[in-house]
Ligand binder design. Structure first.
Ligand SMILES: *[C@@H]1O[C@H](CO)[C@@H](O)[C@H](O)[C@H]1NC(C)=O
Ligand SMILES: *[C@@H]1O[C@H](CO)[C@@H](O)[C@H](O)[C@H]1NC(C)=O
Ligand SMILES: *[C@@H]1O[C@H](CO)[C@@H](O)[C@H](O)[C@H]1NC(C)=O
Ligand SMILES: *[C@@H]1O[C@H](CO)[C@@H](O)[C@H](O)[C@H]1NC(C)=O
Length: 363
């Protein structure tokens, strides 16, 4: 192609802007640097070392992580705000992420709690994660969390959470998950008191089981609200997954509630709302509808725990959305009832002061 002078000038001016618009390949101003095998003074070779270097005060800090697979378990509990940024050539999607944190731990292999299994354990308020894959590589057979979230005002954006059982432990505090990838098979979005809002994520089932297991311990209106997410059968799904995936089942501890001060009912509450869910990828007409037509499951046939649940759906669409036959404990919301479950009801009316609206709009 022959470039005229004006078009050459135009492309010189415009192309760099376009090509850089969505990348983050160097540290944001003020960020501490993590780089594998670094020999540079002031940089850190592991994420935990960088976290440990931060002052234990209320200052607002950030960490930039260069490309690579970091085999470590990361625990964060400093007081001040913290953002973790992964190197990427496209900040808008998890699909270009170049940073992975991986660790293998499960309760079967000795971890004392779901939290202790987590590859990334966040025990603090005011935390954000951008463009980072977080994986628990234990595999099938036991509780093995990728993320363990215990904090208020946590934003998790364009990241991936990968595991099999109990991948994403939204256990305490308030969190938003935006434009991320969440993969697992058994109870892979779960927790007790956590209040969470999910928008624009791809939720990927790789084996038979329930996507959510909410076990709220109080009779309040807190819930997980999932709005405008896409459910897919994952690329590594086991044969026989089809028809054996449910939106959720009620976690709890019937008859076995040990000295918890806030328990107000015999059966723990379970509250999950799926709105505007795309079931099956839009482009794939041949998508295998893996959801069971009942959509929701009992805890187990001998211990159903369905007495005190809100399991609600509104406006499912996509190739896997037809032929639904809801059980009596589930609710099909009408438009006005569905409108009650918003980002504000999920994580608080102050959400606009801490949520990154490039990833989560609340719409
Ligand atoms: C921390 O700093 C970032 C970047 O300036 C800002 O977006 C964020 O709101 C701050 N967080 C808090 C809790 O002050
Ligand atoms: C963070 O955890 C460590 C180890 O458990 C503990 O000693 C420290 O007091 C905690 N810091 C904060 C701010 O909670
Ligand atoms: C939960 O609270 C609601 C609203 O206050 C009330 O109607 C319901 O009976 C309570 N359920 C239990 C099991 O306590
Ligand atoms: C929508 O559902 C709510 C809750 O069940 C009910 O109170 C309300 O009457 C319904 N509205 C319409 C228009 O059907």
């Amino acid at each position: 192609m022959v470039l005229t002078l004006p078009s050459l000038l135009l492309s010189l001016l415009v192309l760099p802007l376009l090509s850089n618009a969505a990348s983050r390949t160097s540290p944001p101003s003020g960020a501490i640097i993590v780089r594998q095998n670094t020999k540079t003074t002031g940089e850190f070779a592991t994420i935990q070392a960088a976290v440990n270097s931060l002052p234990s005060d209320g200052s607002n800090r950030s960490i930039f992580i260069y490309s690579g697979t970091y085999s470590e378990q990361v625990y964060i509990n400093r007081t001040g705000a913290l953002a973790l940024y992964g190197y990427t050539t496209d900040t808008t999607t998890y699909a270009s992420n170049a940073v992975t944190i991986v660790h293998s731990s499960s309760q079967a292999s000795g971890a004392a709690s779901d939290d202790a299994t987590g590859t990334l354990r966040v025990h603090k308020d005011d935390f954000s994660l951008y463009n980072i894959n977080v994986k628990n590589s234990y595999g099938q057979g036991s509780q093995a969390a990728a993320l363990s979230a215990y904090g208020n005002r946590m934003g998790l954006y364009a990241s991936s959470f990968l595991g099999y059982q109990d991948t994403l432990y939204a256990n305490q505090g308030t969190q938003v998950y935006g434009k991320s990838y969440i993969e697992g098979a058994v109870d892979f979005i779960f927790g007790r008191q956590g209040l969470a809002y999910f928008e624009g994520n791809t939720i990927s089932s790789i084996g038979p089981g329930c996507i959510t297991a909410s076990g709220r311990e109080t009779n309040d209106t807190g819930s997980y609200v999932l709005n405008r997410n896409t459910l897919v059968l994952g690329p590594t799904a086991l044969t026989g997954t089809s028809g054996k995936v449910f939106l959720g089942r009620p976690w709890g501890a019937k008859g076995n509630i040990i000295s918890h001060p806030t328990i107000e009912s015999q059966y723990l509450n379970s509250r999950v709302v799926f709105k505007n869910t795309q079931i099956g990828a839009q482009a794939s007409a041949s998508w295998d509808p893996c959801l069971n037509p009942a959509l929701w499951s009992v805890w187990s046939t001998s211990d159903t725990r369905t007495d005190n649940v809100l399991f609600a759906t509104f406006q499912n669409s996509g190739p896997g959305s037809s032929g639904v036959t809801l059980p009596s404990f589930a609710t099909a919301l009408n438009a006005s009832a569905a409108a009650e479950y918003t980002i504000a009801t999920a994580v608080g009316s102050d959400w606009e002061s801490w949520v990154d609206t490039n990833f989560v709009t609340g719409e």
